[in-house]
Design a protein around this ligand. Structure first.
Ligand code: PLP
Length: 447
């Protein structure tokens, strides 16, 4: 390998200004969940740089990112350690598929197995949360056929309001009508239940016939569907139901994993043992794309046999276990565990919720809820109905003018959409929390 290094020019092509990027973008970039006709009236922001919890746009405006990108920049922006790990690995071995071994993937899988509860020891890598769930769904169905060859176990129970991804299987498990309707018919064999009534799951299993059901998939706390927190007995009871009917429990920790809810994994809140756990987002803090589907020894064993038995998992992912991405994930996990960021999330999250709770006295605020740094503020009209989407949008816009970026529920429930999300990086200090609290209090009080 040549040791000469070449300078790469990352500066703007000559003279391009914010408006030029907006024009280029408008002409060529298709944005998610976005009505492009609206670009005629209001332009999107060009983000240029991130440092800690702050972002700077191309006009030099600074914002506190109280949504961590998309719930995922857990260790904050600008971590040199991750950049260095990526740089070193990309020089050493930029790519080789997992048909053989690469060191960062092996070490990351070992690390995940150490951190995860119980015997979640076997990691299938992919590139996103959707793919992690897609993998889990396929794994569960194949497990069903191989473990119960005389039965017909393929149905998967999931929850309304839950989100599991944009690919067909993950979307079929998703319980948000608007994101699915244009693409129906979806994959068969997905049955949806109320997000908080655990007994309904047993009822559906009985009505469907237990010998046809293979798994239940659930987010520990429904995220994009509104930060819906289950009662404390929900997951212990769900575990019992799954055991009783020999179903796999797939827990989607794509948002909640890696400290967001005040524990390293949300499963820890209830001592919950999943059979399969899916991970993405915080696994690299968004620095590079990575998804992981991790199964227990018991699930893994159903895929063992001679070559003639054809029991192996029939899936390949070109970039799954990419060495550079896994190196980034390892550096990210080093930071997260060294700084015990879930503890900060628990402390600062409790502080924010306590300070924001009095807002329920205002006629516009229905509820402030959350766990750790996963917080929702639900808004309402004077008559108690959901606040109009336009008013919720205006509040997020005004907060942005205050320099605070918050999230907002989008396309996840029937309009009007009335829920704001706070999910800042887990490094947030109490002083930075005060900035969020002050801005939210001021803006919401004016409505
Ligand atoms: C709980 C949950 N699962 C899965 C996904 C899909 O992840 P990705 O967008 O990385 O495909 C998301 C994305 O927001 C999510 O919130």
């Amino acid at each position: 390998m040549s040791s000469t290094s070449t300078e790469v020019d990352l500066t703007d092509p000559a003279g391009l200004k914010t408006q030029d990027y907006q024009h280029i973008d408008q002409a060529h970039v298709w944005h998610p969940l976005y009505q492009h006709q609206n670009l005629e009236q209001s332009q999107l922001t060009v983000f240029e740089q991130g440092e800690g919890v702050f972002l700077t746009d191309s006009d030099g405006n600074r914002y506190l990112d109280a949504y961590s990108g998309l719930w995922n920049v857990n260790v904050g922006y600008g971590r040199q350690e991750i950049a260095d790990a990526v740089y070193q690995q990309i020089q050493k071995l930029p790519y080789y598929p997992l048909s053989q071994i690469n060191k960062p993937a092996a070490l990351l899988a070992q690390r995940l197995a150490d951190l995860l509860p119980g015997s979640l020891n076997h990691v299938f890598f992919s590139n996103s949360g959707s793919e992690a769930n897609e993998t889990a769904i396929k794994m569960a169905r194949q497990y069903g056929r191989q473990r119960f060859p005389k039965e017909n176990r393929y149905k998967i129970i999931s929850r309304y309001r839950g989100y599991h991804g944009f690919t067909y299987g993950a979307m079929s498990a998703t319980g948000q009508a608007r994101r699915k309707i244009p693409y129906e018919p979806l994959a068969p064999g997905f049955k949806h239940v109320h997000p908080l009534k655990v007994e309904e799951i047993e009822q559906v299993i009985q009505w469907e016939g237990p010998q046809t059901v293979v798994a239940v998939i659930a987010e520990p706390i429904i995220g994009g569907g509104g930060v819906i927190i289950p009662p404390d007995d929900y997951f212990p009871r769900l575990r019992e139901i799954c055991d009783k009917y020999k179903l796999l429990l797939i827990i989607d920790e794509v948002i909640t994993g890696f400290g967001r809810t005040g524990e390293l994994f949300a499963c820890h809140h209830w001592d919950l043992q999943p059979d399969i756990i899916t991970l993405a987002k915080g696994i690299t803090s968004g620095y590079l794309p990575l998804g992981a589907c991790v199964s227990t020894d018991q699930v893994f064993e159903a895929f063992m046999g001679s070559s003639d038995d054809r029991l192996e998992f029939e899936q390949v992912c070109t970039y799954g276990g990419h060495p550079v991405v896994c190196a980034a994930a390892r550096a990210n996990l080093d930071i997260l565990t060294r700084e015990k960021l879930w503890k900060n999330a628990a402390q600062v999250g409790t502080y924010i919720r306590q300070k924001l709770h009095p807002l329920v006295e205002l006629p516009i605020v229905k509820e402030v809820r959350g766990k750790g740094l996963m917080i929702a503020i639900e808004l309402m009209e004077a008559d108690g109905s959901n606040l109009a989407t336009a008013s919720t949008n205006l509040i997020t816009q005004e907060l942005k003018e205050y320099g605070i970026l918050v999230g907002k529920i989008g396309h996840a429930l029937e309009e009007p959409e009335n829920i704001l999300f706070l999910a800042p990086p887990l490094i947030l200090t109490l002083e930075q929390a005060d900035r969020i609290i002050d801005a939210v209090t001021t803006v919401i009080s004016q409505h």
